[in-house]
Design a protein around this ligand. Structure first.
Ligand code: BDP
Length: 334
Protein backbone atom coordinates (compact mmCIF):
# COMPACT_ATOMS: atom_id res chain seq x y z
CA UNK A 1 0.00 0.00 0.00
CA UNK A 2 1.14 3.47 -0.77
CA UNK A 3 1.97 5.70 2.20
CA UNK A 4 -0.96 8.03 1.36
CA UNK A 5 -3.40 5.08 1.31
CA UNK A 6 -2.13 3.87 4.68
CA UNK A 7 -2.66 7.34 6.15
CA UNK A 8 -6.20 7.44 4.73
CA UNK A 9 -7.06 3.99 6.10
CA UNK A 10 -5.73 4.93 9.55
CA UNK A 11 -7.68 8.20 9.48
CA UNK A 12 -10.86 6.37 8.50
CA UNK A 13 -10.35 3.89 11.35
CA UNK A 14 -9.81 6.70 13.86
CA UNK A 15 -13.01 8.43 12.64
CA UNK A 16 -14.95 5.18 13.04
CA UNK A 17 -13.63 4.71 16.57
CA UNK A 18 -14.56 8.27 17.53
CA UNK A 19 -18.05 7.87 16.10
CA UNK A 20 -18.59 4.53 17.87
CA UNK A 21 -17.40 5.88 21.20
CA UNK A 22 -19.63 8.97 20.84
CA UNK A 23 -22.62 6.80 20.07
CA UNK A 24 -21.81 4.59 23.04
CA UNK A 25 -21.68 7.51 25.46
CA UNK A 26 -24.47 6.45 27.74
CA UNK A 27 -26.87 9.16 28.80
CA UNK A 28 -29.60 8.32 31.28
CA UNK A 29 -32.58 10.52 31.97
CA UNK A 30 -34.04 10.19 35.45
CA UNK A 31 -37.20 11.59 37.01
CA UNK A 32 -37.49 13.77 40.09
CA UNK A 33 -40.87 14.19 41.77
CA UNK A 34 -41.79 17.42 43.56
CA UNK A 35 -45.18 18.48 44.98
CA UNK A 36 -44.48 22.18 44.89
CA UNK A 37 -45.00 24.64 42.05
CA UNK A 38 -42.22 26.11 39.92
CA UNK A 39 -40.64 29.04 41.72
CA UNK A 40 -41.11 27.42 45.15
CA UNK A 41 -37.72 27.18 46.95
CA UNK A 42 -37.54 23.37 46.86
CA UNK A 43 -38.47 23.24 43.17
CA UNK A 44 -35.80 25.83 42.44
CA UNK A 45 -33.29 23.70 44.33
CA UNK A 46 -34.39 20.53 42.47
CA UNK A 47 -33.68 22.29 39.19
CA UNK A 48 -30.33 23.53 40.42
CA UNK A 49 -29.54 19.94 41.47
CA UNK A 50 -30.47 18.71 37.97
CA UNK A 51 -28.30 21.39 36.38
CA UNK A 52 -25.30 20.56 38.55
CA UNK A 53 -25.60 16.81 38.02
CA UNK A 54 -25.77 17.15 34.25
CA UNK A 55 -22.77 19.49 34.27
CA UNK A 56 -20.61 17.43 36.66
CA UNK A 57 -21.35 14.08 34.98
CA UNK A 58 -20.57 15.58 31.55
CA UNK A 59 -24.13 14.87 30.48
CA UNK A 60 -24.13 11.21 31.50
CA UNK A 61 -26.97 11.81 33.97
CA UNK A 62 -29.88 14.07 33.11
CA UNK A 63 -32.66 14.76 35.61
CA UNK A 64 -36.15 15.92 34.66
CA UNK A 65 -38.03 17.72 37.42
CA UNK A 66 -41.80 17.06 37.58
CA UNK A 67 -43.18 19.81 39.79
CA UNK A 68 -46.58 20.45 41.38
CA UNK A 69 -47.23 16.77 42.07
CA UNK A 70 -47.69 15.89 38.39
CA UNK A 71 -45.94 12.55 38.94
CA UNK A 72 -47.11 11.76 42.47
CA UNK A 73 -49.53 14.09 44.25
CA UNK A 74 -48.98 12.27 47.53
CA UNK A 75 -45.42 11.99 48.82
CA UNK A 76 -46.04 8.48 50.09
CA UNK A 77 -46.74 7.51 46.46
CA UNK A 78 -43.38 8.96 45.36
CA UNK A 79 -41.58 7.13 48.18
CA UNK A 80 -43.15 3.79 47.26
CA UNK A 81 -42.38 4.34 43.58
CA UNK A 82 -38.74 4.95 44.49
CA UNK A 83 -38.60 1.79 46.54
CA UNK A 84 -39.46 -0.28 43.49
CA UNK A 85 -37.28 1.80 41.16
CA UNK A 86 -40.06 3.57 39.24
CA UNK A 87 -38.77 7.01 40.15
CA UNK A 88 -35.14 8.00 40.73
CA UNK A 89 -35.52 11.08 42.93
CA UNK A 90 -38.10 12.91 45.01
CA UNK A 91 -37.94 15.96 47.16
CA UNK A 92 -40.29 15.28 50.04
CA UNK A 93 -40.92 16.28 53.60
CA UNK A 94 -39.07 14.20 56.22
CA UNK A 95 -42.48 13.49 57.77
CA UNK A 96 -43.73 10.73 55.43
CA UNK A 97 -40.20 9.27 55.22
CA UNK A 98 -40.28 8.69 58.98
CA UNK A 99 -42.99 6.09 58.40
CA UNK A 100 -40.29 4.03 56.64
CA UNK A 101 -37.27 5.20 58.66
CA UNK A 102 -38.64 5.87 62.18
CA UNK A 103 -35.38 7.45 63.40
CA UNK A 104 -36.33 10.53 61.35
CA UNK A 105 -39.14 11.30 63.81
CA UNK A 106 -36.49 12.42 66.28
CA UNK A 107 -35.41 15.44 64.23
CA UNK A 108 -38.98 16.65 63.87
CA UNK A 109 -40.23 16.25 67.44
CA UNK A 110 -42.53 19.12 68.44
CA UNK A 111 -40.86 22.20 69.89
CA UNK A 112 -37.41 20.63 69.53
CA UNK A 113 -35.43 23.56 68.12
CA UNK A 114 -35.21 27.13 69.39
CA UNK A 115 -34.69 28.62 65.93
CA UNK A 116 -33.81 27.99 62.31
CA UNK A 117 -30.11 28.38 63.15
CA UNK A 118 -30.46 25.75 65.86
CA UNK A 119 -32.05 23.30 63.41
CA UNK A 120 -29.35 23.92 60.80
CA UNK A 121 -26.56 23.46 63.34
CA UNK A 122 -28.05 20.02 64.02
CA UNK A 123 -28.75 19.06 60.40
CA UNK A 124 -25.32 20.19 59.20
CA UNK A 125 -23.60 18.37 62.03
CA UNK A 126 -23.07 14.73 62.93
CA UNK A 127 -26.72 14.12 63.77
CA UNK A 128 -28.00 15.39 60.43
CA UNK A 129 -25.46 13.35 58.46
CA UNK A 130 -26.19 10.37 60.70
CA UNK A 131 -29.89 10.63 59.82
CA UNK A 132 -29.16 10.85 56.07
CA UNK A 133 -26.96 7.76 56.42
CA UNK A 134 -29.68 6.03 58.43
CA UNK A 135 -32.05 6.41 55.48
CA UNK A 136 -29.63 4.53 53.21
CA UNK A 137 -28.70 1.96 55.85
CA UNK A 138 -32.31 1.27 56.82
CA UNK A 139 -32.89 -1.08 53.90
CA UNK A 140 -35.74 1.19 52.78
CA UNK A 141 -34.26 1.33 49.28
CA UNK A 142 -33.89 5.10 49.68
CA UNK A 143 -30.83 7.32 49.76
CA UNK A 144 -30.93 10.49 51.88
CA UNK A 145 -29.13 13.12 49.81
CA UNK A 146 -29.53 16.44 51.62
CA UNK A 147 -31.82 18.64 53.70
CA UNK A 148 -33.77 21.73 52.74
CA UNK A 149 -35.46 24.33 54.92
CA UNK A 150 -39.19 24.28 55.46
CA UNK A 151 -39.63 26.76 58.29
CA UNK A 152 -42.05 25.79 61.02
CA UNK A 153 -45.55 24.40 60.79
CA UNK A 154 -48.59 26.08 62.32
CA UNK A 155 -52.34 25.38 62.22
CA UNK A 156 -54.60 27.09 59.70
CA UNK A 157 -58.31 26.64 60.10
CA UNK A 158 -61.77 27.88 59.24
CA UNK A 159 -62.34 28.91 62.87
CA UNK A 160 -60.16 30.88 65.26
CA UNK A 161 -57.59 28.81 67.18
CA UNK A 162 -55.68 30.53 70.00
CA UNK A 163 -54.73 27.62 72.24
CA UNK A 164 -54.51 23.83 72.06
CA UNK A 165 -58.04 23.20 73.32
CA UNK A 166 -59.48 25.26 70.45
CA UNK A 167 -58.62 22.32 68.18
CA UNK A 168 -61.22 20.22 69.98
CA UNK A 169 -63.73 18.90 67.49
CA UNK A 170 -61.77 20.10 64.47
CA UNK A 171 -60.72 17.78 61.66
CA UNK A 172 -57.17 18.64 60.67
CA UNK A 173 -55.42 17.30 57.61
CA UNK A 174 -52.05 15.88 58.54
CA UNK A 175 -49.13 14.36 56.63
CA UNK A 176 -48.88 10.57 56.50
CA UNK A 177 -47.00 10.22 59.76
CA UNK A 178 -48.33 8.75 63.01
CA UNK A 179 -46.34 11.10 65.23
CA UNK A 180 -47.70 14.14 63.41
CA UNK A 181 -51.24 12.79 63.83
CA UNK A 182 -50.58 12.35 67.54
CA UNK A 183 -49.89 16.09 67.83
CA UNK A 184 -53.44 16.85 66.76
CA UNK A 185 -54.99 14.09 68.88
CA UNK A 186 -53.20 15.32 71.99
CA UNK A 187 -54.65 18.78 71.37
CA UNK A 188 -58.13 17.26 71.12
CA UNK A 189 -58.56 17.44 67.34
CA UNK A 190 -59.04 14.68 64.78
CA UNK A 191 -56.19 14.06 62.33
CA UNK A 192 -57.19 13.23 58.75
CA UNK A 193 -54.58 11.67 56.44
CA UNK A 194 -54.57 10.60 52.80
CA UNK A 195 -55.12 14.11 51.44
CA UNK A 196 -52.23 15.33 49.27
CA UNK A 197 -51.05 18.94 49.56
CA UNK A 198 -52.82 19.86 46.31
CA UNK A 199 -56.18 18.60 47.58
CA UNK A 200 -56.39 20.48 50.88
CA UNK A 201 -58.09 23.50 49.29
CA UNK A 202 -61.04 21.51 47.96
CA UNK A 203 -61.21 19.33 51.09
CA UNK A 204 -61.70 22.50 53.15
CA UNK A 205 -64.24 23.87 50.68
CA UNK A 206 -66.22 20.65 50.84
CA UNK A 207 -66.09 20.58 54.65
CA UNK A 208 -64.15 17.29 54.71
CA UNK A 209 -61.62 19.04 56.97
CA UNK A 210 -61.64 22.19 59.08
CA UNK A 211 -58.02 22.99 58.37
CA UNK A 212 -54.46 21.78 58.11
CA UNK A 213 -51.01 22.89 59.25
CA UNK A 214 -48.02 24.15 57.35
CA UNK A 215 -45.44 26.89 56.86
CA UNK A 216 -46.10 30.32 55.29
CA UNK A 217 -44.93 29.40 51.76
CA UNK A 218 -47.09 26.26 51.42
CA UNK A 219 -50.12 27.92 53.03
CA UNK A 220 -49.76 30.71 50.49
CA UNK A 221 -48.59 28.95 47.30
CA UNK A 222 -51.24 26.22 47.46
CA UNK A 223 -53.94 28.88 47.89
CA UNK A 224 -55.18 27.32 51.13
CA UNK A 225 -55.10 30.75 52.79
CA UNK A 226 -58.16 31.66 50.72
CA UNK A 227 -60.37 28.97 52.27
CA UNK A 228 -58.91 28.51 55.77
CA UNK A 229 -58.31 32.09 56.76
CA UNK A 230 -57.23 31.71 60.41
CA UNK A 231 -53.51 31.09 60.90
CA UNK A 232 -52.35 30.51 64.47
CA UNK A 233 -48.56 30.82 64.73
CA UNK A 234 -48.12 28.02 67.26
CA UNK A 235 -45.07 26.69 65.32
CA UNK A 236 -45.57 23.21 66.74
CA UNK A 237 -42.76 21.65 64.74
CA UNK A 238 -39.99 22.15 62.22
CA UNK A 239 -39.92 19.38 59.66
CA UNK A 240 -36.98 19.62 57.28
CA UNK A 241 -37.35 18.68 53.64
CA UNK A 242 -35.23 15.85 52.31
CA UNK A 243 -34.02 15.07 48.80
CA UNK A 244 -34.19 11.31 48.24
CA UNK A 245 -32.66 9.00 45.68
CA UNK A 246 -33.79 5.50 44.78
CA UNK A 247 -31.27 2.67 45.09
CA UNK A 248 -33.20 0.52 42.60
CA UNK A 249 -33.77 3.22 39.97
CA UNK A 250 -30.10 4.25 39.95
CA UNK A 251 -29.04 0.62 39.71
CA UNK A 252 -31.51 -0.19 36.92
CA UNK A 253 -30.35 2.84 34.95
CA UNK A 254 -26.74 1.66 35.30
CA UNK A 255 -25.53 4.81 37.07
CA UNK A 256 -21.94 4.12 38.20
CA UNK A 257 -20.71 4.36 41.79
CA UNK A 258 -18.59 7.36 40.82
CA UNK A 259 -21.59 9.15 39.30
CA UNK A 260 -23.61 8.36 42.45
CA UNK A 261 -20.84 10.06 44.43
CA UNK A 262 -21.13 13.10 42.12
CA UNK A 263 -24.93 13.11 42.58
CA UNK A 264 -24.51 13.09 46.38
CA UNK A 265 -22.04 15.99 46.25
CA UNK A 266 -24.28 18.03 43.93
CA UNK A 267 -27.26 17.56 46.25
CA UNK A 268 -25.27 18.87 49.21
CA UNK A 269 -24.28 21.89 47.18
CA UNK A 270 -27.90 22.90 46.59
CA UNK A 271 -28.69 23.18 50.31
CA UNK A 272 -27.49 26.75 50.71
CA UNK A 273 -29.21 27.71 47.47
CA UNK A 274 -32.55 26.47 48.82
CA UNK A 275 -32.05 28.14 52.20
CA UNK A 276 -31.54 31.53 50.51
CA UNK A 277 -34.61 31.04 48.31
CA UNK A 278 -36.54 29.91 51.39
CA UNK A 279 -35.82 33.09 53.35
CA UNK A 280 -37.07 35.23 50.47
CA UNK A 281 -40.23 33.19 49.90
CA UNK A 282 -41.12 33.04 53.59
CA UNK A 283 -41.28 36.86 53.66
CA UNK A 284 -43.15 37.06 50.36
CA UNK A 285 -45.73 34.49 51.48
CA UNK A 286 -46.27 36.17 54.83
CA UNK A 287 -46.84 39.51 53.09
CA UNK A 288 -49.26 37.86 50.66
CA UNK A 289 -51.32 36.21 53.42
CA UNK A 290 -51.42 39.33 55.60
CA UNK A 291 -52.18 41.47 52.56
CA UNK A 292 -55.19 39.28 51.88
CA UNK A 293 -56.61 40.27 55.26
CA UNK A 294 -56.28 36.83 56.89
CA UNK A 295 -56.49 36.55 60.66
CA UNK A 296 -52.93 35.78 61.71
CA UNK A 297 -52.81 35.06 65.43
CA UNK A 298 -49.64 35.18 67.53
CA UNK A 299 -50.35 33.16 70.68
CA UNK A 300 -49.25 34.62 74.01
CA UNK A 301 -46.61 32.70 75.98
CA UNK A 302 -49.36 31.19 78.13
CA UNK A 303 -51.31 30.09 75.04
CA UNK A 304 -48.16 28.69 73.46
CA UNK A 305 -47.59 26.69 76.63
CA UNK A 306 -50.95 24.97 76.18
CA UNK A 307 -49.66 23.51 72.89
CA UNK A 308 -46.28 22.61 74.37
CA UNK A 309 -47.84 20.90 77.40
CA UNK A 310 -50.39 19.04 75.30
CA UNK A 311 -47.81 17.49 72.98
CA UNK A 312 -45.14 16.80 75.64
CA UNK A 313 -46.07 13.06 75.94
CA UNK A 314 -44.80 12.58 72.38
CA UNK A 315 -41.23 12.67 73.69
CA UNK A 316 -41.73 9.54 75.78
CA UNK A 317 -43.46 7.67 72.97
CA UNK A 318 -41.41 8.67 69.91
CA UNK A 319 -38.19 9.69 71.62
CA UNK A 320 -37.76 6.35 73.43
CA UNK A 321 -34.36 4.89 72.57
CA UNK A 322 -33.14 8.24 71.23
CA UNK A 323 -32.70 10.06 74.54
CA UNK A 324 -28.99 10.66 73.88
CA UNK A 325 -29.61 12.20 70.46
CA UNK A 326 -32.40 14.40 71.82
CA UNK A 327 -30.09 15.61 74.60
CA UNK A 328 -27.37 16.26 72.02
CA UNK A 329 -29.82 18.21 69.84
CA UNK A 330 -30.92 20.33 72.80
CA UNK A 331 -27.29 21.02 73.68
CA UNK A 332 -26.18 21.85 70.13
CA UNK A 333 -24.58 25.30 69.95
CA UNK A 334 -25.70 27.60 67.16
C1 BDP B 1 -44.87 21.10 52.88
C2 BDP B 1 -43.73 20.27 52.34
C3 BDP B 1 -44.23 19.23 51.39
C4 BDP B 1 -45.32 18.42 52.03
C5 BDP B 1 -46.41 19.33 52.53
C6 BDP B 1 -47.52 18.53 53.21
O1 BDP B 1 -42.83 21.10 51.65
O2 BDP B 1 -43.16 18.42 50.99
O3 BDP B 1 -45.87 17.58 51.14
O4 BDP B 1 -45.85 20.25 53.44
O5 BDP B 1 -48.01 18.95 54.24
O6 BDP B 1 -44.38 21.98 53.85
O7 BDP B 1 -47.90 17.48 52.69
Amino acid sequence: MKKATVVLVVLALVCCLVLVSCGAKKTVTLKLSEVHVDGYPTTMADKEFARLVEERTDGRVKIEVYSNGTLYGEETGAIEAMQIGDCAFARVSASPVASYVPALNVIQLPYLYNSTDHMWAVLNGEIGQGMLDAVEESGSGLIGLCWYDSGSRSFYTTKAVHQASDLKGLKIRMQNNEMMCEIVRLCGGTPITGIGPNDIYSAVQQGVIDGAENNWPTYYSKGDYEVATYYCLDAHTRVPEILLGSVAALKNAGVSESDIAIIKACAKETQEYEIAAWKAMEKEAEAGVRGNGNTVYEPSLAELKTFQDAVAPIYAKYGAGYEDIIAQIKATKY
